[in-house]
Design a protein around this ligand. Structure first.
Ligand SMILES: [Zn+2]
Ligand SMILES: [Zn+2]
Length: 222
């Protein structure tokens, strides 16, 4: 039988090194790390640096709170719709419901690989079509870095690693409130600026305990 406090002690000893090792055991972090490396190498080979290289990544980072919030609200929490015989229920929404149903399953924490492939293709198309090659590649590099930060933060929040610093504790608590208090609030993952601006960062005690936090109100969570 497990002695009282054993699990708490195990969590206390789960450090960032172990977390990183486990993180890179999953597909999405490996793909993103590979893309980051390839984009960085390509950008260095290309040369032709200018101050304009800072602009693209700065825009990506500035938009990130709202990007994260919008994708979470509109896409990940999308409720299945039937149009005649057609059922609209995107893969990412199904996988996100599965993540809410079992927040401790590490496999369900990550962006599903088909969705990641589509996202990367879309980002590459936009960055490289809209901007000169050098600036486009730097912007893409910024987007991959933000993607890596998102996956790492989300993974860490759901791992046994316990917050040791105030900033991470704030992010950790907010996402746990989204899962275990009320799924209609705290939509940010790495940053909560959009939640504060758009009124979805209440005091925990100001909102009721939601009975649908694990199902998102959809009976057939997949
Ligand atoms: Zn989560
Ligand atoms: Zn959610």
């Amino acid at each position: 039988m497990e002695r009282p406090g054993t699990r708490a002690r195990a969590a206390d000893t789960f450090g960032l090194g172990e977390a990183a090792k486990a993180f890179f055991g999953h597909g999405s972090p490996r793909v993103i790390a590979g893309l980051l490396g390839a984009a960085l190498a390509g950008r260095i080979v290309l040369g032709g640096w200018s101050w304009w290289d800072l602009l693209g990544p700065a825009v990506v980072v500035a938009l990130q709170p709202f990007t994260e919030w919008t994708i979470h609200v509109l896409l990940l929490h999308f409720r299945p719709k039937a149009i005649g015989p057609l059922r609209i229920d995107p893969l990412v929404a199904r996988k996100h419901r599965a993540h809410h149903a079992d927040p401790r399953d590490p496999v369900l924490v990550f962006i599903p690989l088909p969705a990641l492939a589509a996202l990367v293709a879309g980002l590459a198309a936009v960055c490289l079509a809209a901007l000169p090659l050098e600036r486009g590649l730097t912007t893409l590099l910024g987007a991959f870095a933000v993607l890596a930060a998102y996956e790492w933060t989300h993974y860490l929040i759901h791992s046994s690693y316990r917050p040791r610093h105030a900033l991470y504790r704030y992010v950790w608590r907010a996402h746990r409130n989204h899962h275990f208090r009320n799924e209609h609030y705290w939509f940010g993952v790495t940053v909560h600026l959009a939640d504060h601006v758009l009124g979805t960062f209440p005091d925990k005690t100001a909102v009721p305990l939601s009975p649908t936090a694990r199902t998102l109100g959809v009976a057939d969570a997949a």
